[in-house]
Design a protein around this ligand. Sequence first.
Ligand code: HSE
Length: 340
Amino acid sequence: MKNVKAIIVGFGVVGKGVAKVLQTKRKELEHDYNAKVSVVAVCNSKGCVIDESGAGLDLEELVELADKKKFESHKKFQKMKGADAIESVKADILIEATPTDIKTGEPGTANFLAAFKSGKHVITSNKGPLAVNFQKLMGEAKRKNLEMRFEATVCGGMPVFSLVRNGLQLNKIKSVRGILNGTTNFILTKMLEDKVSFESALKEAQELGYAEADPTYDIEGIDAAAKVVILANALLGINASFKDVKVTGITKVTAEAMELANSQGFVIKLIGEISESGSLEVSPRLIPKVHPLNVKGSLNALQIDTDLAKEVFVVGRGAGQIETASAIVSDLVDIINRRF
Ligand code: HSE
């Protein structure tokens, strides 16, 4: 049996989702992948619960406490920074699920660097560090011969990077475009189909857990732009960061404009695109109703244009607790298969 020790830093919606999935899929991990994953430290923004014995924490208890906002009452809780726990606790893999800060990339970047310094692979759902420092962090991982995986950062539970890595080998990715933000797609769908106002559709998206901690990231196109940057770096080898994306959000899209588009056979969607010339853009666009990118609700959709396979389309859930956890555990299993 492969014994894998992991640390979870960031214990909000995504971190708790990973903890839940690691419990519900424990048998499958053991039976199908011959792996036992023990979580030896869990940190939120206030501090960490660390299992010094290395046997693994009771994740059910931790999720319950965190749901009741009582994480800090755990008997093993200590005030400390995530980065300090990452460096000092003996483990193989960091699961980094702190919230995205698109301006500084922190605390994610510090957490990644602490992991690489102490020889840990990184799996993340946090777009900030990658949108700001993709090449630097990937370079650091490679220098240390460690994995840096980020399936959960783009389109949540919908496979993108693993699809390209495992199914489009030798293909040159020429351009990419799609719906990269579930919250705005949900809002636009609700406005058109249920005649709901922008504000109440946004409120519903927040209640359903789709929106970012700061929902202006969603509606101003910032979240989609961060994903464009990650796609550009990872799939097209473009050394881009957030400042290279031309961004327009959906705040000026009116119900009238959507009705008009609808009557002409189109829908308005927030599209993120990396063109063949290498320009990066997020903006509301008209999409024919019959086009495969016309997906509804919180769904994401991506068109990947390649030289060999030509157009490949993927549709899936770009947000949600268990959906995002699915991407993280898929990175986890892939690392276990390759490295343990
Ligand atoms: N707020 C994001 C979205 C979550 O709506 O797509 C996933 O990144």
